[in-house]
Design a protein around this ligand. Structure first.
Ligand code: CA
Length: 519
């Protein structure tokens, strides 16, 4: 896909993604000085930082600038060949009109089935499969968070050692539950997110819920008994305001209920499960211009392998797919799925408009330092994670995924919000690509971090699990790194290998997406 020039890394080197492109990104670590000459004769007229774009032709004012074969912007003035093509020189195009997106017009043929790949997982009564065995303590409201944190510290010290088959105890605490407009239309999102977080496969259906008592989000509203038909027992609930004898009684009640759950969880054992039981959430954070040519295509290749094995793969981050909406709707398996996708895009367009923003609010200063000029360029690189298969379904924020194959789980791009919503969707393994670097991790599922460039992978050798930067320097192919990621997913899902985030216990907080008002 790229015409990386096969020369030693000391030679000026660029990656052009598509033959139509009139810009390419500089591969050399630390960037290149003025006067550097590439193999095609292009000479830099000024210094260009690593991962930033160089003009391969003279580009006239108002003419399109192409990367990934698509227009990422229009030149605000004439740009000479060999110039640094940066944010100040480009006007971004409009997002594709949603009412003109093609509906299921180029549905990819199914790829050959992959059979025989398995992992060692925990089977649940509801048919889902866990990759960890965790006691999850859910909460209805922030008021109980500190008390639950205190109880968890004691549970880990006094109870967990007695139950060696249980991996961890996780308090699902958050800022929601009271002081919010709980009947506003937007409230359904945080409420169902909390419900479905409690049902994540890695909690094994052994729900323990801690409530204050007087909060707006009452336990029965968060987890109605009727919403749990597959569970063999009602969730156990500890209500702090029911305590008649102080803090000690509250903690004792939580610990007693926790021990009952630990006894059940301790009976679970890993058994061989087909790779089809994986629900893999894909995300990027701290992206750079390499993301779309190294890590994301490799993750996309792994996504295709997972789909071929019958698994569920979710890509997300609405503002990072919005500019590729027309490409995704064309890939949808049916017009109905394409319309579901458009509905989520339209909802988010409105959500941003109400907040006085648009998708251009997405790129961060770090993205821009990493060579990404605008959200169009970021989006084209981001959707590479979705691979090449047909879109089989759309999951609204906070809902649980029920289909196999490639799904779009509509979430904000914010790392912690996206991760939390993918956990609610039932994710059991997370794959995260990063160019600028983040030590991000989640407590409930393993997080595999894939670096877009080798410099990051080397600097952060004890945080990055896969170095996809080798693709930029032609030391590995997209397919090779894709297979490596696929194999690593099976290993970490089996518990036979730990991700660096789990090695260090790097677990970011749960962050709910609450589009509703706070009172
Ligand atoms: Ca993100």
């Amino acid at each position: 896909m790229s015409d990386t020039e096969s020369k030693p890394a000391t030679q000026p080197l660029y990656i052009r993604v598509n033959p139509r492109d009139n810009v390419a990104i500089v591969v050399n670590r630390g960037g290149l000085p003025a006067g550097s000459r590439f193999g095609d004769g292009t000479m830099l007229v000024e210094a260009v930082p690593e991962a930033h774009k160089v003009a391969l032709n003279d580009i006239g004012g108002g003419e399109p600038v192409l990367r990934y074969g698509v227009v990422i912007g229009y030149a605000k003035r004439a740009i000479a060949r060999g110039s640094w093509v940066h944010e100040a020189l480009l006007a971004a195009p409009d997002a594709p009109a949603l009412d003109q997106c093609p509906l299921a017009t180029s549905v990819p043929e199914p790829l050959p089935r992959l059979n025989g790949d398995t992992f060692m997982g925990y089977c649940n009564a509801d048919g889902s499969v866990g990759t960890k065995n965790i006691l999850g303590i859910s909460t209805t409201v922030q008021c109980v968070a500190a008390t639950v944190a205190y109880a968890v510290k004691r549970i880990k010290a006094e109870l967990l050692p007695k139950y060696p088959n249980v991996d961890d105890v996780v308090a699902v605490t958050h800022h929601y539950g009271c002081g919010v407009a709980i009947d506003a239309p937007g409230a359904v999102i945080p409420i169902r997110t909390l419900r479905n977080l409690a049902l994540n496969p890695n909690f094994g259906g052994e729900i323990l819920l801690v409530s204050l008592g007087c909060e707006k989000l009452q336990p029965a509203r968060m987890i109605p008994a009727g919403a749990l038909p597959v569970l063999e027992q009602e969730p156990s609930v500890s209500v702090l305001q029911d305590a008649t004898n102080g803090f000690g009684e509250m903690v004792a009640d939580i610990m007693t209920k926790a021990e009952a759950r630990l006894q059940m969880l301790n009976l679970r054992h890993r058994v061989p499960c087909p790779a089809a039981e994986l629900i893999v959430g894909l995300q990027c954070g701290g992206s750079d211009a390499f993301s779309g040519v190294t890590a994301n295509p490799a993750v996309g290749f792994a996504a295709d392998l997972l789909v071929r094995a019958g698994a569920t793969v979710m890509f997300s981050e609405v503002t990072e797919v919005r500019d590729a909406a027309h490409l995704i709707t064309a890939r949808a398996a049916t017009p109905e799925i394409a319309k579901d996708f458009i509905r989520e895009m339209a909802w988010y367009d409105n959500y941003l408009a109400v907040g006085g923003a648009d998708r251009q609010a997405n790129p961060s200063p770090g993205n821009k330092q990493g060579g990404l000029t605008n959200v169009v360029e970021k989006a084209m690189g981001s959707v590479a994670k979705s691979g090449t298969t047909a879109l089989m379904g759309v999951v609204s924020p906070g809902e649980r995924a029920t289909q196999k194959g490639l799904l779009f789980a509509a979430t904000p791009a914010s790392d912690f919000v996206c991760g939390t919503l993918q956990l609610a969707a039932g994710m059991n393994v997370h794959v995260f690509t990063t160019g600028r670097g983040t030590p991000y991790g989640l407590s409930i599922v393993p997080v595999i971090k894939v670096a877009t460039n080798s410099g990051l992978a080397e600097r952060w050798h004890d945080l990055i699990d896969v170095d996809a930067g080798r693709i930029a320097t032609a030391q590995a192919t997209v397919e090779e790194v894709g297979w490596e990621i696929f194999s690593l997913i099976l290993e970490v899902a089996s518990g036979s290998r730990k991700t660096w985030a789990d090695q260090w216990g790097l677990h970011n907080e749960f962050v709910l997406f609450n589009p509703g008002p706070v009172t």
